[in-house]
Each structure stands twice: as C-alpha cells, then as structure tokens.
Design a protein around this ligand. Structure first.
Ligand SMILES: [Fe+2]
Length: 345
C-alpha cells in the first residue's frame, strides 16, 4: 500500500488556485474515503435501558400535551454519532413513543418508511390506508413510505412502542418529508393478519392473477411469531438458531425496502454469535435477560432494553436465564443487498 501525499505537501499557491475553482485533490483524502481492509466506523455499540427511559418517557407525557408534541417521542440517539442527527446506527432511527388514553396522532404520510414495535400497554391502534390494526405487546406494525397512517388509544394506561425508521438514509439524500391529511375512515373488518394472510403459505387466490402488492401484510402479531419461534426452538439442533424474518407474503422478500426485521429466540444457556455482517443492526429484548458483547464492549441486557450494533461488528448475545429469551431485530441488510455491497465474514 503506497504512502499518499498530504495536503500540506502541496504549495499554498496551488491549493489556493484549486479552491478558487472548487476543486479538491483526492489523494490526501483517499484513505478516509476508502480505508484499507475495513471501514472506519464512528458508530459504537450502545444500549438503552428501558428502566431508565420509561420514567422519563412517562414524565414527557405530563410535561408536554400531545398537541404540543404531535409525536411524543424520545429518540434513542447514539452518542458516538452526531447526536443532533438522532441516529441509533448510521441508517437506523429509533424512538420510544408514548401515547396516553384518548390521544391520537393525526393522519399523515411521509417518504421514510416506519415500523412500530409495541413495548407495553393495551388499547393502542394504528390505521394504515383504512385498515385498523390493534397494537398488542410485541406486535410489529408497518407504516411504509407514502401510506396514510394515524394512531390512537382507546384503552387505559400508557401505551409505548419502539419506532424504527429509515429516516437517516432518506434524510441524507434530501428526500425526507411529511404531509398531513383528513382523518381516515377505518373499515370494520379485522386486519389482514387475521384474514387474507392469516397463515404462512396461504394468500388470496386473486393475488396470483396480479402483480404482487408491495405491502400486503402490515401487522405481524407477536402471539403468532412467538409460537413459530417456540416450534423452532423445540426442534432445532443446539448449533441452529431460531431466527425468523418478517417478509412480504406475496413475494417472500423483506417486508420493507431499506430496513429488515426479524425475531430471534435463544434457549436457556444459548449463545448467538453470528458472522460479522456489513449491516448495522438493533436488538430489542422482548423477553429475557443476559449478557452481550459487541466489538469487545460487555453489557448486560434486560427486558425491553435496546442494543445498537455497528456495521461489521462482532456480536455475541447469551441468554443467562432459565427461560427462552426473545429479541426483535432491525438491520439495514435489505438496502445493502439491493445496492450490492452486503457481506458476511
Ligand atoms: Fe408517521
């Protein structure tokens, strides 16, 4: 590998002449654009503990009425990244959102895609393009790019969910925006997870006769995902992980274009040590507790905690309890695969 010249080695008069016509020499900056062997990562491993975040989120509910917040969210901002950018990893935005009984979030749509993963509470609901979906603990709800959505809460007690958005990417290409609209008129039918797409391997016959819908299934009930994981853990070998991807049932591919979502179950004493992946990722603890080691940083995790892992990270999660531990995962692998640079090592 050659030793590259620095900017300081160039005569000042030459540098001034370059600046006058907005030209920049590549070679002094080449290694920062293309580091040799592995990427230089600003993003560091991070854990947000729900026991610390929850009281502050509830306090926000007292301090700020929903009309003044619109979205009452505490962003999980990784301090190793520019905190004003509100990123958990370079591509993943995360927020904890509180909605109190009777509150609503007005109907809107935006260019980033979002998901909700319900952390606690009962009675919340999301309406996407007229489809009203209940939000039970552990449910994954999709609000894809450009689809109208609004939230409400007809139960009692606080409802908290984890928002994950591809906002950092959409914002970085200066394509992020939102519009508001009139309230939707929800249909009375149960949501599609309970009707058209109730069982894996089945879909409406009419779907065979048309182009696949981009977002046919927008709610993945935790009850069913948990059952599916349990079935796997009962039969998988000790060196196999129970790890299921949330997909579009009409295409069999990732359910959103940029971020990917999956659920992982670890049996008592089981360790998850995947290959190093070029994607950054988030692990949200649905149930269980244990130890994690991310790029050499050790941390203990507990229920509803959220861990961010950088690209190319060495990841180890261990379930130290006597019960199955469950995780909800977010990563940017779908984007990386589409763009052709996803790798495992
Ligand atoms: Fe939204």
């Amino acid at each position: 590998m050659s030793v590259l010249g620095t900017l300081e080695e160039l005569p000042q008069s030459y540098r001034d002449n370059l600046a006058k016509v907005d030209l920049v020499p590549l070679w002094p900056a080449l290694r920062s654009f293309l580091p040799y062997g592995a990427p230089e990562r600003k993003c560091k491993p991070m854990i947000w503990r729900y026991a610390q975040a929850r009281p502050l989120l509830l306090e926000a509910g007292d301090l700020t009425p929903i009309e003044k917040a619109e979205r009452r969210v505490l962003i999980l901002a990784n301090p190793s990244l520019d905190s004003s950018s509100g990123r958990a990893t370079p591509t993943i935005y995360l927020g904890l959102q509180l909605i109190k009984p009777g509150e609503t979030a007005p109907n809107h749509k935006h260019s980033p895609s979002a998901i909700r993963f319900v952390v606690e509470g009962e009675g919340g609901f999301t309406v996407v393009e007229g489809e009203k979906m209940p939000m039970e603990r552990g449910d994954l709800i999709l609000t894809p790019s450009g689809l109208w959505h609004e939230h409400g809460h007809s139960g009692s007690g606080p409802v908290v969910w984890l928002d994950a958005l591809d906002l950092p990417l959409v914002y970085s290409v200066e394509a992020s925006y939102c519009v508001e609209g009139a309230p939707q008129k929800p249909t009375n039918a149960p949501d599609r997870s309970q009707t058209q797409y109730r069982r894996a391997g089945l879909m409406p016959y009419s779907a065979l006769l048309r182009q696949p819908d981009r977002y046919p299934l927008r709610r993945f009930p935790w009850r069913e995902v948990r059952e599916a994981l349990n079935a796997l853990t009962s039969h998988a070998g000790r060196d196999e992980h129970a790890h299921l991807a949330y997909i579009n049932p009409e295409t069999g591919t990732e359910c959103l274009p940029i971020l990917g979502f999956s659920a992982l179950a670890l049996r008592p004493g089981e360790t998850y040590a995947p290959p190093r992946r070029s994607s950054s990722a988030v692990f949200h603890v649905i149930e269980g507790a244990g130890d994690a080691e991310i790029d050499g940083a050790s941390m203990k995790f507990d229920v509803s905690d959220t861990i961010a892992t950088p690209t190319h990270a060495r990841i180890q999660l261990r379930n130290n309890t006597s019960k199955i531990a469950y995780f909800f995962l977010v990563d940017d692998a779908p984007m990386q695969r589409k763009l052709g640079f996803y790798e495992e090592f």
